[in-house]
Every structure is written in C-alpha cells, then in structure tokens.
Design a protein around this ligand. Structure first.
Ligand SMILES: [Zn+2]
Length: 352
C-alpha cells in the first residue's frame, strides 16, 4: 500500500484517520497578540481529495458559518477517503468589527492570492492562500448577497472547466451562474492555480437562514458523495439550470416599493416586479422584468432612489422557462424549492 501523503496545516501534522482543530495565526492585534483562524480538519485513513469549505471571507456574510456548523454539529461526516478542511470564518477582523471589509477598508475577496509583505489585507489574503487554500485540491466558498439584499441560493462557477462544472452540478442547487468571478477573488485565484473552486451565494448578510443552511448542507453532502468521500445517493434539486446572463432591474423614481416577486420566482418579460409609490401612497410607476427568467436576488429595503438595484433576474430561454414552470407546478407544496422560497425574504411584504 502506498504511504499516505503528509498533511500539515498551521504547523500541525494531521495523521491519516485523525480529526483536529487547529489555529492558524495570521496577524496580530493592537496588543501584539496573535490573531488566528480556527480550522477543523477531518482526515480519513485513506487518501483522497483534499477539500476546503470556507465562510465569511466577507466578514458580514454568516451563511458559511451556519452551513459548516450544521455539517459538523452532532455527527460530523465520516469520511471514507480524503481530507476536509473547514474554515467557518476567514475574515476574522471583518466579523469581529461588524464589517464586510478589513480594518484598512480593503476587500479581502479582491486581494487573493495576496502578498506576504503587502498591505494588511494583502497579508491576510496571502496567509489564507498559502496556509489553507494551496494545501487543497478543490473547494467551496460560501457567500451571501450584499447588504440589504437577498439571493436565492445559487452556485457560481466557471462552467467551461470540466472539474468545476462537475462540482457545480453535483452541489445540486437549482441555479448555477456561469462566471469566473472577479479578479483577486478567492475562487478565481484558486481556479487559476488549478484548485477547482465554486461559490454558493445565498440569503442575506448577518443571518443564518434555515432554508439557506438546508440548501448549503445538502450541497456539501452532495459534493462529498460525488467525490465518493462519503456514502449515499445525491439529493437532486427540483430542477437545475445554468444561466449565462443576468440583469438588474433598477428603480426609476425615488419612492417606496410594493414587491410582487420573491427570490426563486419565475417571471416573464413585461411582468410587474414591483410598484413604486410616493411616500403618501400615490402610485408612481411599475418596475417590469425586461426578460423572461428567474429571480436570482432582490433588495430587502423598500425605500429606493433612482438607479438603485431592486431585482436581479437571470435570463432563461423560452423552452427552459416552460420546462421549469411545469416542473414547479407539479412539485409538492411542502417540497424543498417551495419551502426555501417561503423562507427567504420573510420580512418582505408581498403584494399580490
Ligand atoms: Zn461575499
């Protein structure tokens, strides 16, 4: 039998069959004390893929913390092979400071792979990249929508790459957005270095929503099953579609919105998505969908100024739209897709 490959992280060698919590010292506090990233490593006896799950690269996006917690809580997955590296919080400074960014106001997710002697953010990126990401063969990075917006859970992946495409499909979200991601993002830079990586964009900032956690958990387990790292059949989504083009529907007038659609809803070209009222309730205009598609995300704040984004719609071809519509109509009321749509944007008052 060939000798198992060595796996060392944060100065600690993880033996085959061992699980361990390690701390990666990546920076220092004002008091000169080490600041570290907590990491759970689960290693099977048998060699196999080394997979990372990362959360809170944006410090205000707790989606990944909730999903990874659920995955590890109680009975963590029993790996048949390979290594799982779970990092619930990458951006420790951001989370602790209630911020998407780092204290130097840079975006960590535009700073990978980072420079060891660079700016504060660049150094953090470099430590995370060298000490965690580059030890792995593939990974999933968890995000949520920007502040005051929500996303229907969707995987973003560079679908031209076979390995990435396989991961994206296996994860099992209804929606996959084909994109490479911005320069300097963890995903794009990892993919460039031949570490296939996808992201999940789901829900709102500062929340760990039940439907999002459920979708994320299902995705993580599906991926582990597809890699034969755990036993079990994949749980497929109600439907799955890869979208190439998305568009933002923006407010035309300053006012207060009544919403007519929620994330995950199918919409036809010309459908009214929101009605814009004056502050005293006079109807000002309707915002309509310029395309036929599915609502990927939306604002959660009803007050708008001209140009502010209201709905993010992904384009679907006519046949795909009809196929998905039929599938949804036939699906049970308590099914995962319908439950998830109800769970999202729960604080939004919908008008009929
Ligand atoms: Zn993010």
């Amino acid at each position: 039998m060939p000798r198992a490959k060595r796996f060392e992280i944060a100065g600690r060698v993880i033996a085959p069959g061992e699980s361990a919590d390690v701390q990666l010292d990546f920076s220092e506090s004002y008091l000169g004390r080490a600041v570290s990233i907590p990491i759970r490593v689960i290693r099977a006896k048998k060699d196999g893929p080394r997979l990372f799950f990362t959360g809170a690269v944006h410090g205000d996006e707790l989606t990944g913390i909730g999903i990874i917690r659920e995955l590890l809580y109680g009975e963590p997955p029993k790996l048949k092979c390979g290594t799982l590296v779970c990092v619930p919080v990458v951006n420790i400074f951001g989370l602790e400071n209630h911020s998407r960014y780092l204290p130097d106001r840079r975006d960590l997710n535009r700073s990978f792979p980072g420079i060891q002697t660079g700016s504060m953010t660049s150094r953090v990126a470099s430590a995370v990249y060298r000490e965690i990401i580059s030890l792995c063969d593939m990974g999933v990075d968890f995000h949520s929508a920007a502040v005051r917006r929500t996303n229907y859970p969707n995987v973003r992946a560079d679908m031209r790459n076979v390995a990435i495409r396989k991961m994206a499909r296996a994860f099992g979200c209804e929606l996959i957005v084909n994109s490479k991601g911005p320069e300097g993002s963890l995903r794009r830079e990892a993919c460039k270095a031949n570490i296939p990586t996808i992201i999940l964009e789901a829900g709102e900032v500062w929340k760990s929503e039940p439907g999002v956690v459920e979708a994320g958990m299902r995705g993580c387990l599906n991926l582990l099953k597809s890699l034969d790292m755990i036993d079990g059949d994949l749980v497929p989504p109600l439907f799955q579609v890869t979208v190439e083009k998305t568009t933002w529907v923006r407010a035309q007038r300053g006012g207060f919105l009544g919403f007519h659609a929620r994330p995950g809803d199918l919409v036809e070209e010309g459908d009214t998505l929101a009605t814009n009222y004056s502050i005293f309730g006079r109807e000002q205009n309707n915002l309509t969908s310029p395309i036929t598609g599915i609502v990927l995300g939306m604002t959660t704040m009803p007050a708008v100024k001209p140009g502010e984004p209201v709905y993010h719609v992904a384009r679907l071809s006519e046949p795909t739209y009809r196929r998905i519509k039929r599938t949804i109509e036939r699906s049970p009321a308590g099914g995962a897709y319908k439950r998830l749509r109800r769970d999202l944007a729960t604080n939004i008052r919908l008008e009929s």
